[in-house]
Write a protein that binds this ligand. Structure first.
Ligand SMILES: [Zn+2]
Length: 180
């Protein structure tokens, strides 16, 4: 009898837990739209969300969660810019605390900043040339068994370190010691 009471109480509590629907749209930064065509964006949920998925164009996700739950997303993508001879890792965050039953979130991806907007302009802002400009590559400078850098396919580059933010420079001019 006591077991039954506990069971009833539990099912009643559950009925009072309200849900909200979160709709996330990811809008690609116009300057990089063609580079993201057909590419996947990896999305993870921070906190209680436990989301772990890849989104394809159109980048849209609909999830149901507890009404008072803080919702946070982290979006990530690695894009190779073959013509420019570099690749870049992008990430961006969006979060909301809302009690509304339907929450619409819009994320601009990659993060809207001048480094990302002007990524394909390889011209140094100081000397106005590109002959001494090399890519900045971020991440661990790991080496394989033969002592070759895992980034060896990219030719000459400037190591950017392991700490990446939503907005990092893409190019380095050796003549002017300038990152842009
Ligand atoms: Zn320069």
């Amino acid at each position: 009898m006591r077991f039954l009471f506990v069971l009833l109480l539990f099912s009643n509590l559950k009925a009072f837990t309200q849900n909200k629907i979160v709709e996330l749209s990811i809008n690609i930064l116009p300057e990089l739209k063609e580079d993201f065509a057909g590419k996947e964006i990896y999305l993870s949920g921070v906190g209680e969300l436990k989301l772990d998925t890849s989104l394809k164009y159109p980048y849209f996700l609909r999830i149901v969660c507890n009404k008072n739950q803080d919702v946070q997303f982290e979006a990530m993508a690695n894009i190779e810019f073959e013509k420019l001879g570099t690749f870049k890792h992008f990430n961006n965050f969006i979060s909301t605390i809302s009690t509304d039953s339907v929450v619409k979130l819009n994320m601009t991806f990659p993060f809207n900043c001048s480094y990302n907007r002007n990524l394909k302009q390889k011209i140094c802002p100081v000397c106005k040339k590109d002959d001494k400009v090399i890519p900045i590559l971020y991440g661990l400078m790991e080496f394989d068994a033969n002592g070759n850098s895992l980034f060896k396919d990219y030719g000459e580059f400037k190591p950017g370190g392991c700490n990446v933010s939503e907005c990092d420079p893409t190019w380095y001019c050796k003549r002017d010691d300038c990152r842009f």
